[in-house]
Design a protein around this ligand. Structure first.
Ligand SMILES: [Zn+2]
Length: 614
């Protein structure tokens, strides 16, 4: 709310106004009520009981608070895990006896206390994990787990700028790793705001740890292993992560944090970025086999420290319990992050998926060409849809990561050409950091401006066509700038026995709180779309049997051959319809990039710079 004026300024303004005739006492009271000059003082205590790892307890001491106030749990803009479902045994102690709690919405509670104080108590009963655990979600085991973040802490609504202390009461032989600030007490930390409090996960337990410094900034890597963990080359893992961190500092000049923690967990998948830490699922079996995939994921989430956490899309504002608006800028936040995770690994001399940048570009163009959604939906629209409901693009599906990486790759070529090799997208990233490190979030127009300022060229048509619009990218035009050309040839997709593979580009999904299964097709041109199915159709049965899980559908698909007919019975507003899907094969583009037969000296020079990853 009000942060610009202090009480003295407000009082001076009032005394100058015509209303200054009112008694002084009246004014002090109304200033306090109106401008909420008293911030609550908040202390958290999180307790893990070493005999029961199915839940943990949270106590929140709040002083200097109104006798009626609200607490809520934050909704993450991308991963809304809805841990408010797991709040149990919630009660409040007031200064004089018990207070009252009224749940006003799923993630919002009204607290009635007295004496301007309250102590809230609740437990988070951890959900049973079926399948593989997601690395960013709270969990507990006898040897440690992850707590903190939006999965653990409620906050006082309207007081998101309030700092807090967070203490942990955990088994004696457990350690704590978190991005929260250390205090003189090893088991207590400081969060300067609610945004930081819920952004920083807290790893507790027994784990291996390593340290390195980059630009005098401490970095630590921790690995939490399962009891049956496989051995892997930890020296290689840590030195590779150090090389990635060095690349970020080379690009941006210096870290944006005081210290950084890479929290790697065995037995989990997925990863999530934070302002000075990352949680990464890193199964030991995978690390023992090949580190490439996990390093690429680490590079991606780590790059988000700058591009997403610091350089934020305009829609990502302060924390809230309400779902934030969908963002139009994720093509940049995700696409350029994936562009740089590939580039960082190349620059650091680490293993990459595609051995050369040309192969990488061939793959990008192939994936772009096979997806008709990019010729229908602008990058801004696909950005919004990436965390929107399934079906937001009708029968089309698209990836903002891919579309953004393709656009970033083309803009990089435009900049290299226009600046005669003196500038690249690196300069756009630095400019964006310089302009958007504060409170203000960016829009696509701001990116357009930054590119224009770096290359001194006009990219308005490019943004109109591909960022605000959905015109097909003319790859030849941009590849030519560095002396490259490409061909696209559509070929039958073959299965492992070298026979044409059936088109299985459809799946089923369930909406939260819905038992029915719904159909999703990847685009209207796949055999499932041509047969008349639409994304969102409620599936009554497949081949005469109702589905009990998505695995039923996958198993029908797995056993299907070309020429088979799969009968899908769907429920629509117009009634029940039987749709026969006659399975056929399908084609995919094969893209080949080669050097143009005759190139200029400038094209050769630009190509050499580009291909070397500079
Ligand atoms: Zn990402």
């Amino acid at each position: 709310m009000l942060k610009k004026f202090n009480a003295a300024t407000i009082f001076a303004l009032i005394m100058l106004s015509a209303s200054a005739q009112y008694p002084f006492k009246h004014w002090t009271e109304s200033i306090e009520t109106r401008y909420d000059l008293h911030q609550p003082i908040v202390d958290y205590l999180l307790t893990v009981d070493s005999t029961d790892f199915s839940s943990f307890a949270v106590e929140i001491k709040i002083r200097n608070v109104a006798d009626t106030f609200h607490v809520a749990m934050v909704t993450h803009p991308e991963y809304d895990d809805r841990y408010w479902q797991f709040v149990e045994d919630f009660f409040v102690e007031a200064k004089n006896g018990k207070g009252k709690i009224l749940r006003e919405d799923s993630a919002l509670w009204k607290i009635v206390t007295n004496g301007r104080e309250a102590v809230l108590h609740y437990r988070i009963h951890l959900p049973n994990v079926t399948g593989i655990r997601s690395s960013w979600k709270a969990y507990l085991t006898p040897t440690g787990g992850l707590v903190g973040g939006p999965h653990s802490f409620m906050y006082v609504v309207g007081a998101t700028l309030v700092p807090s202390h967070v203490a942990f009461n955990i088994p004696n032989d457990w350690e704590i790793v978190t991005g929260l600030q250390a205090t003189s007490d090893k088991k207590a930390f400081y969060a300067p705001s609610v945004a930081v409090l819920v952004d920083d996960p807290v790893f507790i337990g027994k784990f291996k740890s390593w340290h390195f410094t980059v630009d005098n900034t401490p970095h630590r890597v921790i690995y939490w292993a399962l009891p049956d963990s496989k051995g892997f080359d930890t020296t290689m893992l840590v030195s590779s992560i150090e090389k990635i961190a060095q690349q970020a500092v080379l690009l941006f000049g210096r870290p944006t944090y005081r210290d950084y923690s890479f929290m790697l967990q065995d037995g989990a998948v997925g990863a999530l970025e934070h302002n000075n830490s990352v949680t990464v699922g890193a199964p030991s079996s995978q690390l023992a086999n090949s580190m490439g995939g996990i390093l690429s994921e680490i590079a991606h989430e780590y790059f988000h420290t700058w591009n997403l956490m610091r350089i934020r899309p305009v829609e990502y504002r302060d924390v809230d319990y309400k779902t934030p608006p969908l963002s139009k800028g994720l093509w940049f936040s995700e696409g350029l992050t994936i562009f740089y995770s590939d580039l960082f690994l190349r620059r650091a001399g680490l293993t990459v998926f595609d051995s050369t940048r040309s192969f990488h570009l061939e793959n990008l163009i192939r994936r772009y060409t096979v997806t008709p959604a990019y010729l229908r939906f602008s990058a801004e629209k696909v950005s919004e849809a990436s965390y929107g409901p399934i079906g937001m693009l009708g029968d089309y599906s698209a990836s903002t990561h891919l579309q953004g990486e393709v656009l970033g790759s083309m803009l990089d070529l435009i900049i290299r050409d226009a600046s005669n090799g003196n500038k690249s997208f690196d300069d756009v990233m630095r400019k964006m950091l310089e302009r958007f490190s504060g409170e203000r979030g960016f829009t696509s127009k701001d990116i357009e401006q930054a590119v224009k300022d770096v290359c001194g060229c006009n990219v308005h048509q490019f943004f109109t066509d591909h960022v605000y619009g959905s015109k097909q990218i003319d790859f030849s035009k941009y590849l030519k700038l560095i002396g490259l050309q490409h061909t696209i040839e559509w070929k039958d997709v073959l299965s492992s026995d070298q026979k044409p593979a059936p088109d299985l580009k459809a799946f089923v999904y369930q909406l939260p709180n819905e038992n029915a299964f719904r159909m999703a097709i990847s685009n209207p041109t796949v055999v499932w779309g041509r047969a008349g199915l639409h994304t969102g159709d409620i599936v009554k049965s497949v081949n005469g049997k109702p589905l009990t899980s998505d695995l039923d559908f996958r198993s029908i698909q797995r056993n299907a051959k070309i020429g088979d007919t799969i009968v899908v019975e769907v429920q629509r507003q117009s009634g029940v319809q039987k749709i026969n899907v006659l399975l056929t094969g399908y084609q995919q583009p094969v893209v080949q990039i080669t050097q143009m037969p005759a190139i200029t000296e400038k094209q050769r020079r630009l190509y050499e710079q580009w291909v070397s990853g500079k």
